[in-house]
Design a protein around this ligand. Structure first.
Ligand SMILES: NC(=O)c1ccc[n+]([C@@H]2O[C@H](COP(=O)([O-])OP(=O)(O)OC[C@H]3O[C@@H](n4cnc5c(N)ncnc54)[C@H](O)[C@@H]3O)[C@@H](O)[C@H]2O)c1
Length: 352
C-alpha cells in the first residue's frame, strides 16, 4: 500500500473534489493542497470547516498556467496528485467548447509536465491519478456495458476533451514512465453539486416550484453513483491501484432520466407533506440535447476484484441524504444560482 506526505488535489472546490478533500482529510494525516481556479463551478466556502487547519492549503490557480503550476509544485512538492479540475457540464461544452479544450486538455498536459519535472530524479512511490468519465466510451443501446477495454467513442466536446486527456495521461506513462492511474466513473450525485446538473437542478426547481425540464422522451439511462462511493474508490486506487492501469467505477444503478425526476418529485412531496404526485405537474419535456447519449452502464468488476472496492450506499439511502442536504442548504443553492457567490469571490479573492 502506498502512503503519501502531500496530496495535491486539483478542482477541490468543485462538487466531487470538495467531497474528496473532506473524505481524505478525515481519513489520513496527509498535507492537502487544493488548487482551483474558482470558476462558476468552484466554491471555496464548501471547505470552510478545514480552511484554517494547518495541513490544508488553498491556492487559486488556473491549471493551464504553467508558470504558476510549476511554482506550486516546487513549493509543496506533492508526492500524489489527484486531478479533478475540469470543465464538466456537457451542455456548456455544446454552447462553448473552448474552455473545455483549454482546461481539460491543456490543463491536464500542464499538470503532467509539472509532475514529470518534479519527479524527474525519483518517481518511486509517487502517483498522478487522473479522474475521468464513462462518457469517453460513447453511448450504449439497451444491452451491454462499458469495460476498461471498450474503445473510446466520445460524442460531445466535453467527453472528447476528457478522452483526449485520458490518452495524454496514458502516453506519459508509456513514454516517460510517469506513475499514473486513471478512473472512469459514471454519473455522480450528492451534496455540493452545482444546480445545473440533473439531480440538484430538479431538487432546487421542485423546492421553488419551477418547471422541471426533461430532455427528449426522458428515456436516456445513466448509471448513478453516490459521490462518497466514487471517492472511496479513488482513495483505494491511489493507495493500492496498479500503476499504468485504468479502473472503471460505477453505481450499478441504471435509472432513466424521467424515472429519476419522478422519484425526486415523490420523495420531496413526502418530505414537504404534499400529495405524492403534487410536483409531477411541473415536468416539461423539452427539445433533446444535441448528440444526447442514450445509455451509459459501467462494468466495475476490475476494481472490485483487484482492490476489493464495494460501494457502501444503496440508492434509496444516498438520494435521501442528497435531498436533505439541498433542503438544509438553500442559502448555498441561492448563492451559486443567483450569482451572489461570484460577486463575493471577486471581492475577496480577485487578487489572491
Ligand atoms: N459529475 C460527475 O457526474 C462526474 C462523473 C465522472 C467523472 N467526473 C469528472 O470528475 C471531475 C470533477 O467533476 P465535478 O462534477 O466535481 O466538476 P465541477 O464542475 O463541479 O468542478 C470542477 C472544479 O474544477 C475547477 N476548475 C475548472 N477549470 C479550472 C482550471 N482551468 N484551473 C483550475 N481549476 C479549474 C472549478 O473551479 C471547480 O472547482 C471532472 O474531471 C469530471 O470530468 C464527473
Amino acid at each position: 500500500m502506498r502512503k503519501f506526505d502531500t496530496v495535491l488535489v486539483t478542482g477541490g472546490c468543485g462538487f466531487i473534489g470538495t467531497n474528496f478533500i473532506k473524505y481524505i482529510f478525515d481519513k489520513t494525516n496527509y498535507k492537502i493542497i487544493n488548487i482551483d481556479a474558482l470558476t462558476y463551478a468552484g466554491n471555496i466556502k464548501n471547505l470552510i470547516d478545514i480552511e484554517n487547519k494547518d495541513r490544508y492549503f488553498f491556492e487559486r490557480v488556473n491549471i493551464c498556467d504553467a508558470k504558476k503550476v510549476n511554482s506550486i509544485f516546487e513549493k509543496y512538492k506533492p508526492d500524489c496528485i489527484v486531478h479533478f479540475a475540469a470543465e464538466s457540464h456537457v451542455d456548456r461544452s455544446i454552447f462553448g467548447p473552448k474552455n473545455f479544450i483549454d482546461t481539460n486538455i491543456i490543463g491536464t498536459f500542464t499538470l503532467l509536465e509539472a509532475a514529470r519535472n518534479l519527479w524527474k530524479d525519483n518517481s518511486d512511490g509517487k502517483l498522478f491519478h487522473h479522474i475521468s468519465t464513462d462518457e469517453v466510451y460513447g453511448s450504449l443501446s439497451d444491452t451491454g456495458y462499458f469495460y476498461e477495454t471498450t474503445a473510446y467513442d466520445p460524442r460531445s466536446p466535453y467527453s472528447a476533451s476528457k478522452a483526449s486527456s485520458d490518452h495524454i495521461v496514458k502516453a506519459y506513462y508509456h513514454t516517460y514512465n510517469l506513475p499514473v492511474t486513471i478512473s472512469n466513473c459514471s454519473n455522480n450525485y450528492g451534496p455540493y453539486q452545482f444546480p445545473e446538473k440533473l439531480i440538484p437542478l430538479m431538487i432546487s426547481n421542485i423546492i421553488e416550484e419551477k418547471d422541471l425540464p426533461v430532455y427528449g422522451d426522458g428515456k436516456n439511462i445513466r448509471d448513478w453513483i453516490f459521490v462518497e462511493d466514487h471517492n472511496n474508490a479513488v482513495f483505494d486506487i491511489i493507495h493500492n491501484g496498479r500503476v499504468g492501469e485504468t479502473y472503471n467505477i460505477g453505481g450499478e444503478n441504471e435509472i432513466t432520466n424521467i424515472d429519476m425526476v419522478n422519484i425526486l418529485c415523490e420523495k420531496l412531496a413526502y418530505k414537504m407533506n404534499k400529495d405524492k404526485d403534487y410536483y409531477k405537474k411541473l415536468i416539461k419535456f423539452v427539445k433533446d440535447r444535441a448528440g444526447h447519449d442514450r445509455r451509459y452502464a459501467i462494468n466495475c468488476d476490475k476494481i472490485k476484484k483487484e482492490l476489493g472496492w464495494q460501494r457502501q450506499y444503496d440508492f434509496n439511502t444516498a438520494i435521501d441524504i442528497t435531498i436533505d442536504w439541498y433542503l438544509n442548504n438553500k442559502e448555498w443553492v441561492y448563492d451559486v444560482k443567483s450569482g451572489e457567490y461570484q460577486k463575493w469571490i471577486e471581492l475577496n479573492y480577485s487578487s489572491k
